[in-house]
Design a protein. Structure first.
Length: 214
DNA sequence: GACCAGGCACATC
DNA sequence: GATGTGCATGGT
């Protein structure tokens, strides 16, 4: 069965090709990156991750034994570094307590993991879903600023649509498959960066007329 | 020198 | 419940 959202996905996929998300060497690096990228340009996160690696700090045990000030220094380029140093340590505490490996975490199940992540201070819905989808390969859709922007610029949803409503829109109309959710969100970020940036309706955009519901 | 970036928590009304 | 504000670096 072909839904409008799937048609849109196929259009984007043909237009841009595979996005290869999440760019990282390990699931743990994805999770760290998910926290570091909050309200921050990805290029700044890359520098912070490189610094962590250079100091051997991209490791759960090492992060827990490193004080927040030192950790903050290493991730300084990612911005809001004092807050993120704290958030990193709180998250890693949980990560280790839940087994300390992606395999053991996955055994807890998507619903429970998401609930526990959201209960952690510093982890909101987008960060939680990024950790689950891109870090653990679990089928949960990641909604972000770009998702809202693309959908509203093309008048596909009202401006006051919530995170959960957008998430449900995708999950309810697509096959629940991590690989599909992975690529779709990455493509939305891609098209969101290239188009739909202006505050006005995205008229004349190459995707106009090829969107769901139009 | 503004404005934004792969958000979130907290205060205030 | 919804609206506003602090966090902070680095690129455009």
């Amino acid at each position: 069965m072909t839904t409008p959202l799937l048609t849109y996905y196929n259009d984007l996929r043909r237009r841009y090709g595979p996005q290869h998300w999440w760019p990282a060497d390990s699931p743990f690096e994805v999770m760290v990156g998910a926290i570091l990228t909050q309200n921050t340009a990805w290029s700044n996160v890359e520098k912070a991750v490189a610094t962590l690696k250079a100091h051997g700090l991209l490791d759960p045990g090492r992060i827990l034994e490193t004080d927040e000030e030192t950790l903050g220094l290493a991730i300084r380029s990612a911005g809001t570094f004092r807050i993120k140093a704290k958030r990193l340590r709180v998250f890693v505490r949980w990560y280790v307590d839940r087994g300390g490996t992606p395999r053991k975490l996955r055994a807890l199940g998507l619903a429970r993991l998401r609930e526990e992540l959201l209960a952690i201070s510093g982890i909101g819905p987008e960060t939680a879903d990024s950790i689950l989808l891109y870090g653990l390969g679990l089928p949960t859709f990641v909604v972000d600023r770009y998702t809202w922007r693309v959908l509203t610029r093309h008048a596909l949803i009202p401006e006051d649509t919530s995170y959960d409503e957008m998430k449900e829109l995708f999950e309810g109309n697509l096959e629940r498959k991590a690989s599909l959710f992975n690529e779709y969100h990455a493509l939305i970020v891609r098209v969101g960066k290239e188009h739909c940036r202006a505050r006005a309706r995205c008229e004349g955009c190459a995707l106009e007329g090829r969107l769901p519901g139009k």
